[in-house]
Design a protein around this ligand. Structure first.
Ligand code: BJW
Ligand code: ZN
Length: 242
């Protein structure tokens, strides 16, 4: 049987099994009692750049020791074995790339990248902890900021249009570990449904998408590899490395 054209949307829940706090769970709110949703804004950065940088520096330090889990690895294998497959992630943690996913679209940027608030300087580094903090532009001496997309900021249009296209064309969308409340990402699986494709959701809880999707309730690091192992056999695909 030929595999369908597949689009995948991932969110913070896929990295929960790797020890990375999600945005909207209790642990995600533990950093000095701040709600991460209040720190991930341009207003917060304008008000107190040092505080926002400390938050990102803390997350970078936690991520430096994190490893991809079985859900990231299953998606990397899909990427290698399926002819028509695109992964779109809201995550900035870099764990998909570490798992071996080659063709991912990053909607919300990259925690390991930073850019100048004034000139066109951009850089990528994995230094933890950052020194100096906040980091300064080597080109013009102004503040650098994390190269991520905060609330109220526009996503990279080329990346977003590509993601729209992928979900519009998909016969099957897999939605993994996202609360499906942040737009425009949350709209993507709706495009697949509009075009009569199906949506499978892998989450520990039901979400606003669940009514229109088939939901596999449970940790995605268990449910997704199980689903993939079944489909891989059904579609006659061979496990990578064999
Ligand atoms: C597990 C699990 C396990 C746990 N296994 N599952 C339309 C309607 C309403 C509002 C808007 C709209 N359009 C735009 C907006 C405003 C806003 C928005 O969506 N607000 C909503 C909250 C209402 N959107 C924006 O502002 C966006 N920008 C925009 O639209 O700009 C317009 C514009 C155009 C032109 C010029 C200017 C502007 C930008 C959104 C950027 C979001 N950025 C963040 C921060 C990124 C950097 C960082 O990481 O620090 O992205 S916010 C945060 O939310 C982060 C995440 O990527 C994103 C999504 O969160 P996610 O991944 O879903 O995580 P959680 O924690 O919410 O959920 C985890 C899930 O996992 C849960 O469901 C758990 O149950 C589950 N789970 N363990 C499986 N083991
Ligand atoms: Zn600069």
């Amino acid at each position: 049987m030929t595999p369908p054209r597949i689009a995948v949307l991932t969110g913070a829940g896929i990295s929960a099994g790797s020890g990375v706090p999600t945005f909207r769970d209790a642990e995600g709110s533990l950093w000095r009692q701040y709600n991460p949703q209040e720190l991930a804004t341009p207003q917060a950065f304008r008000r107190d750049p040092a505080l926002v940088w400390e938050f990102y520096d803390w997350r970078r330090q936690r991520l430096a020791d994190s490893q991809p889990n079985a859900a990231h690895l299953a998606l990397a294998e899909m990427d290698a074995l399926l002819p028509e497959f695109t992964l779109v992630t809201q995550n900035i943690d870099g764990l998909h790339a570490l798992a071996g996913s080659k063709r991912a679209l990053y909607l919300h940027g990259d925690i390991w990248a930073m850019r100048c608030t004034r000139c066109d300087h951009k850089e990528r580094n994995r230094q933890t902890p950052l020194d100096p903090l906040p980091p300064i532009c080597p080109q013009c001496g102004r503040l650098l900021r994390p190269d991520v997309v905060w609330f109220g900021e526009a996503l990279n249009p080329a990346v977003l249009y590509h993601a729209w296209d992928v979900f519009e064309q998909a016969e099957l969308a897999l939605v993994v570990g996202t609360s499906a409340v942040v737009y425009p990402a949350a709209q993507l699986p709706l495009l697949t449904l509009q075009n009569l494709g199906s949506v499978l959701e892998f989450n520990t809880m039901r979400t606003p998408l669940s009514e229109a999707a088939t939901t596999f309730l449970g940790p995605c690091e268990e449910t997704l590899p199980r689903w993939w192992a079944e489909k891989r056999a059904e579609w006659g695909l061979h496990q990578s490395g064999q």
